[in-house]
Design a protein around this ligand. Structure first.
Ligand code: ATP
Ligand code: MG
Length: 252
């Protein structure tokens, strides 16, 4: 792979791509995962590749929900493992939450390789790998298979880079679903309880810091943060932010 010069104007974004390509070459990022990243990048351009105020609000609500949950689970796929394995492990440790590998394009080999990446990043317990499965209804993809000790019994699930169908299925099971998705218009964004419209590489470290800040707060305060949050309103704020920016740019 060609080396990316540090002064390249798109160096940051190219480094992210490099991580995904490496994950693909190692056999745990799906080919479709590379395309999904491209769709996300397009929306990141519209956000100036910055964390917006509505995203910060969503991150705060997500931190509160994860800390209030009885049984929080973080679902991990290939792209998430390639981009933020360390952050996922740290987040799971401080909440604390369980980590479950859950793949749309599922193969035992990919599952195992993702578990290896997570272990390298410091994970001790990883659910969803080569064990007995339960199935969640209303889903055709391999993602309907979930770990009976993880997503099946979870009250709150953090699903980075989720697919719309599964997000809707998890909501129908009355779970609180937190999604990272750069596209505020996707079915995932619309169906999640809390959507963080931000690049996972910026939002994950931010979520860790916010969980640390809120961890010692009384439950009543966390409940207040969560109650004040409205996902539809937050998504509308993101769209307003993009709209304002495009309007300003189109005047020049
Ligand atoms: P949906 O299934 O929710 O309707 P979709 O089919 O358009 O959405 P998928 O391919 O299922 O999209 O999922 C990929 C989603 O992940 C895209 O919406 C994309 O914006 C988002 N995404 C990709 N890379 C990142 C990233 N690095 N950070 C945050 N979001 C990302
Ligand atoms: Mg989809």
């Amino acid at each position: 792979m060609a080396k990316i010069p540090a002064n390249h104007p798109r160096a940051k974004s190219l480094k992210i791509r490099e991580k995904l390509v490496k994950g693909f070459e190692r056999g745990y990022v799906a080919l479709e995962g590379l395309i999904a990243q491209g769709r996300g990048e397009c929306f990141d351009y519209l956000l100036e590749e910055k964390t917006t105020n509505p995203a910060k609000k969503a991150i705060r609500a997500a931190a509160a929900a994860l800390l209030l949950a009885k049984h929080p689970v973080i679902s991990v796929n290939g792209n998430t493992a390639a981009l933020v394995a360390r952050e996922i492990v740290e987040l799971a440790k401080i909440i604390p939450a369980k980590i479950e590998v859950n793949l749309f394009y599922r193969t035992k080999a990919r599952e195992r390789k993702i578990a290896i990446e997570l272990r390298k990043a410091g994970a001790k317990e990883i659910l969803g790998v080569g064990k007995e499965r339960a199935t969640i209804p209303e889903l055709m993809s391999e993602r309907r298979r979930v770990d009976p000790r993880g997503i099946l019994i979870a009250d709150t699930v953090l699903v980075p880079l989720e697919d719309g169908d599964r997000c809707q299925a998890l909501r129908k099971l009355n779970k609180t679903v937190i999604a990272f998705d750069l596209n505020p218009l996707s079915r995932t964004s619309q169906a999640a309880s809390i959507t963080i419209v931000d690049n996972i590489v910026r939002a994950a470290p931010n979520l860790i810091e916010t969980v640390k800040q809120l961890k010692e707060k009384p439950r009543a305060e966390l409940e207040k943060i969560l109650k004040k949050f409205n996902n539809k309103k937050n998504l509308a704020e993101v769209l307003k932010h993009i709209n304002k920016r495009l309007t300003e740019l189109s005047k020049k």
